[in-house]
Design a protein around this ligand. Structure first.
Ligand SMILES: C[S@@+](CC[C@H](N)C(=O)[O-])C[C@H]1O[C@@H](n2cnc3c(N)ncnc32)[C@H](O)[C@@H]1O
Length: 288
């Protein structure tokens, strides 16, 4: 009898650990491949699980972001870990937003969902299958860089933050989220204490006007500006800012089925849904 009880307890323990590893912490303690595999698996259900309400997205996301960019009528935006395109959609639906969005994610299936939703906005949004750890853009490029509800799912969020700051132009706005509440406690080492994050952004990364506001039950929102001033980038084409994943040159032109680099003559494919397949190339040999 005792052995049956021990067996049941052991099975319950294993089930609990698996539940925690796969569902509560979404694979983060199993490595990046597990995280992305799970997002690919759930991509078709992601929007139903999240239930984002358009009015709330406008009120709590698009308007506060645009209110903080008052002098940039047509910003160039980079959304890192865009998922199914939440941030691009919220911005592009605003008549006062005249800019362009480049959005990237490592889950190809999440991007397929984004591509479908964002198709009506044509060339104002570009989707890249690419990791957040190395951003394929020159320094000081974007007027706005965002990374929402994603840092805690990256293996090294502290290494990703300087990368987000690097591609932000002086005077540009960085918008992040920081997880809080019970879920944050269940993923030790993956989230920041709010005051630690503010200190890191201010003291280590040199950002100005760092503010962490209440936002959602599970997340606070973080606003910070890169010090200095450079003229707004404006709604530039991808070709003007995207570094070739083969050689690192900003010299790509659109061709049938994807893009071609004029510097190294290599091809980068785009899927039938328009998503640019830069990830495999970038991972096989990162330009310096
Ligand atoms: C919770 S979703 C958030 C998506 C979107 N930002 C939103 O607010 O709805 C987290 C996203 O991070 C992406 N992600 C996780 N690790 C990544 C990495 N290293 N590089 C790029 N994307 C990553 C996942 O594929 C997933 O789409």
């Amino acid at each position: 009898m005792i052995w049956i009880a021990v067996g049941v307890a052991a099975l319950a323990l294993i089930a609990g650990v698996l539940w925690w590893l796969l569902f509560i912490t979404e694979g983060i303690y199993l490595g990046r491949g597990a995280v992305i595999w799970l997002y690919d698996l759930y991509a078709g259900r992601y929007d139903n699980i999240k239930q984002y309400e358009p009015e709330l997205e406008h009120y709590f996301l698009a308007h506060p972001v645009l209110d903080r960019l008052p002098h940039v009528a047509a910003p160039l935006v980079l959304d890192v870990a865009t998922g199914t395109g939440r941030l691009p959609l919220a911005l592009l639906e605003q008549p006062r937003f005249q800019g362009r969005v480049i959005a990237l994610d490592l889950s190809r299936k999440m991007l397929a969902g984004a591509a479908e939703k964002l198709a009506p906005f044509g060339a104002r949004v570009t989707l890249l299958h690419h990791a957040a750890e190395y951003l394929p853009f020159p320094d000081d490029t974007f007027d706005l860089v965002t990374c929402l509800e994603a840092l805690e799912f990256m293996m090294e969020p502290r290494a990703v933050l300087p990368e987000l700051v690097r591609v932000l132009r002086p005077g540009g706005l960085l918008v992040l989220t920081n997880r809080q509440g019970i879920d944050a406690k269940l993923m030790p080492g993956r989230t920041f204490r709010h005051d630690d994050l503010a200190r890191l952004l201010r003291d280590d990364l040199g950002l100005d006007r760092v503010v962490i506001d209440a936002w959602q039950v599970d997340y606070r929102i973080v606003w910070a500006y890169k010090p200095g001033h450079a003229p707004p980038s404006g709604p530039r084409d991808l070709a003007e800012v995207w570094r070739c994943p083969h050689c690192g040159a900003v010299d790509l032109i659109p061709v049938a089925g994807g893009w071609r680099c004029l510097a190294c003559e290599q091809h980068v494919a785009a899927g039938p849904d328009g998503v640019i397949e830069a990830h495999a190339v970038a991972e096989s040999g990162r330009p310096g």
